[in-house]
Design a protein around this ligand. Structure first.
Ligand SMILES: [Mg+2]
Length: 226
């Protein structure tokens, strides 16, 4: 089946520079997986008089002016997200146990961090923060659904297992269609958003706990080499 997504040129260029080998691979998202995102965004929005209308996994059409209850337009909503990253990308806090579980899994597989991040200049700020937090792995910045980038990252892995972790239903579905052999982990750190998240097709694990996720992935990798 042909890939339904194509990686954008910038992501492809970054992926070219990553060493590839016949070895298992873990591809890991950042926001709401390695770094807390929703609580930071809510604090930033509150400072600007904005809140979420409801606990729902979408940003557009879910941001309102707290005082009037009026919706932000899509353009203003995207500007808030952009300004959030400009201001906060170097300040986000780690999701509990993410660093220690990646360290554990790094003995069994290669790790690549794949993040959708507006503004190419924010990449180094995010790399520096992840390094400070003990998560110093190759980082690729992408735009849009991640299926194309994951397909490119799977090259030269042979039959070794590839695991993809993300909080976004769009990305999980995109990767599931582009690379059906990839094991999907749907991870949402925020407990309120985890509780309302629907079950997506072909997901091997849905979790909000890195200890559970580390155990699950280790078991997949150990079973695969038997
Ligand atoms: Mg995310």
């Amino acid at each position: 089946m042909p890939n339904i997504e194509t990686a954008n040129a910038s992501a492809l260029q970054q992926i070219k520079e990553i060493e590839k080998r016949a070895h298992p691979l873990l591809i890991c998202d950042v926001d709401e997986v390695l770094l807390q995102f929703i609580p930071h965004l809510e604090r930033f929005m509150k400072d600007h008089g904005i809140s979420f209308k409801e606990t729902a996994y979408r940003l557009k059409a879910n941001m309102i002016y707290t005082q009037t209850g009026e919706n932000l337009t899509d353009d203003v909503c995207m500007a808030v997200i952009h300004n959030f990253f400009e201001s906060e990308v170097g300040k986000q806090e780690a999701v509990p146990h993410a660093a220690e579980q990646l360290e554990r899994l790094s003995k069994l597989c290669d790790i690549v961090i794949l993040t959708n991040l507006p503004g190419s200049h924010n990449k180094s700020a995010r790399e520096n923060l992840l390094t400070r937090l003990g998560m110093d792995y190759p980082l690729v910045t992408n735009e849009g659904p991640k299926g194309g980038a994951v397909a490119a990252l799977c090259a030269e892995r042979g039959h070794h297992p590839v695991i993809f972790i993300d909080d976004s239903p769009t990305n999980i579905i995109s990767v599931g269609k582009s690379t059906p052999h990839v094991q999907l982990v749907h991870f949402i750190a925020d407990s309120r958003f985890f509780a309302i998240a629907g079950n997506l097709p072909n997901v091997a694990l849905k979790s909000n706990c890195w200890k559970e996720t580390g155990d699950f992935i280790e078991n997949l990798l150990v079973t695969a080499v038997r």
